[in-house]
Design a protein around this ligand. Structure first.
Ligand SMILES: [Zn+2]
Ligand SMILES: [Zn+2]
Length: 138
C-alpha cells in the first residue's frame, strides 16, 4: 500500500502532476481511507491540518487526478459524486446507509483486452441494494 509521502510524490510526478503538499495529502487520504469519500468529506478531514485549503481547490485537484487516471469518479450515490483512489473492482451502493463497498468480483469479461472490438481501458460495474449490515438492522 502506498502511504509513504515520498512514494506518493513519485506517484504524482509519474503522471506529470506537480506534487504540491495539498496534492500529496489529498492522494494519501484517498489511498489510505478507501471510504469512497465525497469532496466535502475530504475537505473536512484535511482542513484540520491544512486550514488554508478551500473546497474548490479540493475539487479542482480531484478533477485533475481523475483526468490523469489517479482517481476514479463514482456515480453511484444519487446525491453526490464520490471518489476512489483504487481501481480494479466493482462497487455496491447501499441505498439505506449510502455506503459504497468494493466488490472484488471475478468476471471473465473484464479480463479481455477487447470486448466486441472495443479496446477496454477501464471498467466498473455498479450494483445497488441493501448492504449486509443494514439487512441485519432490519
Ligand atoms: Zn447499508
Ligand atoms: Zn472502490
Amino acid at each position: 500500500m502506498i502511504t509513504d509521502l515520498e512514494k506518493i510524490k513519485k506517484y504524482l510526478q509519474a503522471v506529470k502532476i506537480k506534487p504540491t503538499y495539498l496534492r500529496i495529502r489529498l492522494l494519501k487520504y484517498l489511498l489510505e481511507k478507501k471510504n469512497h469519500p465525497t469532496g466535502k468529506m475530504i475537505y473536512q478531514a484535511l482542513k484540520k491540518e491544512l486550514p488554508t485549503i478551500s473546497l474548490t481547490s479540493i475539487y479542482n485537484n480531484l478533477e485533475l487526478f481523475a483526468k490523469k487516471g489517479l482517481v476514479k469518479i463514482l456515480l453511484l450515490d444519487p446525491k453526490e459524486i464520490r471518489f476512489d483512489g483504487e481501481k480494479g473492482h466493482h462497487h455496491f451502493f447501499c441505498e439505506k446507509c449510502q455506503k459504497i463497498i468494493d466488490l472484488p468480483i471475478d468476471c471473465n469479461l473484464i479480463k479481455k483486452k477487447k470486448i466486441f472490438g472495443h479496446l477496454i481501458k477501464d471498467w466498473d460495474g455498479y450494483f445497488f441494494g441493501i448492504c449486509k449490515d443494514c439487512q441485519r438492522d432490519g
